[in-house]
Ligand binder design. Structure first.
Ligand code: SAH
Ligand code: SF4
Length: 391
């Protein structure tokens, strides 16, 4: 390495793909980055400080070019450019819905594709992030669950989704400009493709990066992880991530939940509810969100609403009713508006908030449960789903 080694990356051609073999700094924990810098020749005594500097460039300023890291010596920058990359997923397509929702299809290593959805609201902007390519689970109402090919996303690919969205929203701070108090991307929900608790470590590391006070700086209260009910990982989520928790509950008897959310056969409603009881205290969060998809004639009766109230008794909770979003070949229908309102009313009268989630971005297939990569489409047939779920 010499002081004149070429620095090949520049902001106009933001590197989107990691050249073979070079480690990507995006997604490394602070500890991992420190180790990597030491292995690349950084004196041990300086390593922590260098991590702090590089971290701030990448996650606070959104810089992708080592040459711009002006508080580092020139040859140190050249060394970094030779040994590392700063790489985020490549945006393949970007669609904007009539309601302002944006959907990005991004490509990651191996040519896989995942979807990210940005949902602007009056008081916030929420990014719905994917944790896996596809999903190993086969919830019978979920489009993602029909996609066969699955791999876990790396921490870099998960936090990279947030960085891609900030690029598109043009939301990296400008040096010297006053701090923007209202953020366009103010919340993250792990509600895209995949089961986040089947990719625990990578999701945890990525969310730690999102929360780091010297970078993207999102409060843990603005991050919500949604799980279908991977019971053994719930206490770890409280202890090691501490974010808000949402549970894809969707049914009030094991018989129906076994069919809708097949992971219920492994950990049933009683075990799930038990695991949830200690979550708010351990994570110091206010309440758990129970997601409940409204399927016509399947889980939407008055009795269901009453059973739901009984089941969650004693858990600080909010029940988020999700009108079913249809997708080609889906075996269900959305409950009528009257039915959803009546269900919401029963829950509300029992003292729980029961907001009905407005479907967003339906015209671009960006709504809950509609995500599925075009390239991996159609791998599982309706018959396969029926065989897997018994429906
Ligand atoms: N795998 C995780 C997170 C992703 S799904 C989980 O299951 O929790 C995000 C939410 O959308 C979940 O509550 C899921 O059950 C719901 N969902 C899936 N398909 C849907 C559909 N077609 N219509 C409405 N909601 C759906
Ligand atoms: Fe996977 Fe969640 Fe879809 Fe179930 S609802 S198949 S867990 S992404």
């Amino acid at each position: 390495m010499t002081a004149t080694a070429p620095i090949t990356q520049d902001m106009l051609t933001i590197p989107r793909k990691a050249p073979e073999g070079l480690p990507n700094l995006v997604g490394m924990t602070r500890d991992a980055m420190r180790e990597a810098l030491i292995a690349a020749g950084t004196p041990e005594k300086q390593a922590k400080m260098r991590v702090g500097q590089i971290w701030q460039w990448i996650y606070h300023w959104g810089v992708r070019d080592f040459a711009q890291m002006t508080n580092l010596a020139k040859d140190y920058r050249a060394m970094l450019a030779e040994k590392f990359v700063i790489s985020v997923p490549e945006v393949v397509t970007r669609q904007v819905s009539e309601d302002g929702t944006r959907k990005y299809l991004v490509r990651i290593a191996g040519g896989h594709e995942v979807e990210i959805v940005y949902i602007p609201e009056e008081d916030r902007g929420t990014l719905c992030v994917s944790s896996q390519v596809g999903c190993t689970l086969t919830c019978s109402f979920c489009h993602t669950g029909t996609q066969k090919l699955v791999r876990n996303l790396t921490a870099g690919e998960i936090i990279g989704q947030v960085m891609v969205a900030r690029d598109d929203l043009d939301e990296w701070p400008i040096p010297g400009a006053p701090k923007n108090e209202t953020r366009l991307l103010s919340n993250i929900v792990l509600m895209g493709m995949g089961e986040p608790l089947y990719n625990f470590e990578n999701v945890r590391d990525a969310m730690k990066i999102a929360m780091d006070p010297h970078g993207i700086q999102l409060s843990r209260r603005r991050i919500t992880l949604s799980t279908s009910g991977v019971v053994p990982e719930i206490s770890r989520t409280a202890e090691e991530i501490g974010c808000q928790l949402a549970i894809s509950f969707h049914a009030t008897t094991d018989e129906v939940r076994d069919k809708l959310v097949p992971i219920n056969k492994r950990w049933n409603i009683a075990e799930l509810v038990e695991a949830l009881r200690s979550y708010p205290k351990v994570s110091n969060s206010e309440r758990i969100t129970f997601e409940y998809v409204m399927l016509d004639g399947v889980n939407d009766s008055d009795d269901d609403a009453r059973r739901l109230i009984k089941l969650i008794d004693g858990i600080p909770a909010k029940i988020n009713l999700i009108p079913f979003n249809e997708w080609p070949g889906a075996p269900y229908k959305r409950s009528s508006n009257n039915r959803i309102r009546r269900f919401a009313d029963i829950i509300y009268k029992a003292g729980y908030a029961s907001p009905i989630r407005t479907p967003r971005g339906e015209d671009i297939m960006a709504a809950c449960g509609q995500l599925k990569s075009e390239t991996e489409r159609g791998r599982k047939t309706k018959a396969q789903i029926a065989a897997e779920t018994g429906l």
